[in-house]
Design a protein around this ligand. Sequence first.
Ligand code: TRP
Length: 440
Amino acid sequence: MKEGFNTKVGAIAAAAGSAVGLGNMWRFPYVTGENGGAAFLIVYVAFTLLIAMPALLAEFAIGRMTGKPVTSALLELAPKKKWFLIGFMGVFCSFLIISFYSVVSGWILYYTWLSASGGLAGLGEAEVAEAFSRVSGSPAASVFWMVLMVAVIALIVSRGVAKGIEKWSKILMPVLLVLILVMCVRSLTLDGAAEGLKFLLSPDFSKLTPKALFAALGQSFFSLSTGIGVMATYGAYISRDQSLSADALSVAMLDFFIAFLAGVMIFPCAFAFGINPGSGPGLVFVTLPNIFNQMAFGSFFAFIFFLLLVVAALTSCFSMLEALVAFGVASLGLSRKRSTVIMTAFVLLGGTCCAVFPAVFNLFDNLSANVILPIGAFCIVLFVPLVIGKERYRAELEAHGGKFGSFEIVYFLTRFVVPLAIFLIFANSLLSWLGVDLFG
Ligand code: TRP
């Protein structure tokens, strides 16, 4: 039987589940903190709407046109051409991302357990920092929690697209929303919360350096899970009577809304306790537990917070494992069961390498988010005008029988604006890595 989502809500929950992840809860706040707050936020919104969303839509369409996962879809649409190599690159990149992502998810699971069992309560600042280095610096502990996390993901994905991924996304996404709203209420009612909101809402444009633009671009692709064909694979599961543009818009809006709520949850907290929100990746693991410890009922809120992160991480990992499993089925001819077992074994191997060797962790992280995602998105977006063509693309986006009013605008973005923007920002950052500074 062909895999697919059973309902419209389920398809959106699964795709939004993929989009909403640690990228929203962990990466977005510290990247925003490091790049100046509100000004960054404005650029991020613009990039999400004008650049990442057209890319997401292109992925959905490529998947649904063929009903196949990304590599097979590109091969079917462009036989005898080399486009399918982008599919390979994407599948490989899914492996890179899920490898380090599941290690971070494992740490989060550990923190959830720690806060539930009272292990975080009453620790001083140095002890909290030590608790983090105890798990992140210990290969055995990192591997242990990563394996637990991967086991849960594999169990759910092995049940199939509708019975596993869709069903669980439909349960977990509302849970996530409730948990984050609880945290936002807590954060906004702290004394001094206004400062944090001001940081998030009043822009300082002097902070908008080329580096910040690049960070915003990378973050918008990463957050919408677009650029490596994971969403094309999900697109293959979307029914033809659904409007892909409406789905892409819902996913992008949900994703942004949750990232924004994560900002509302974290910045007022940080400011209320006099902590610099630009403190980098440690924000979630060191800074926030310290803040919770100074709060009434802090252990409870710490638990809710980390549970929220576990939920977000789970639904994102579904999509990456599914991209690997679907590749195994469609391109390697494996049965779904066998593919799940083999791909899970690879993920465990990749995760272990990331847990044991910090250099591998950093390599996988940088290579995927900063290099492969922009290149992949660039190619996928150009695939639309170069291979699919305007009228066929329109036909796919209107296959549900409705009219897509903004088609001309979206096609223009897809054909010119998105590739050009990716090229410019990418070239600039490449040059600055090589030591040449075009714009300072
Ligand atoms: N979007 C997820 C997040 O924000 C991460 C993610 C899941 C992802 N699947 C992806 C990123 C595919 C890039 C490609 O955390």
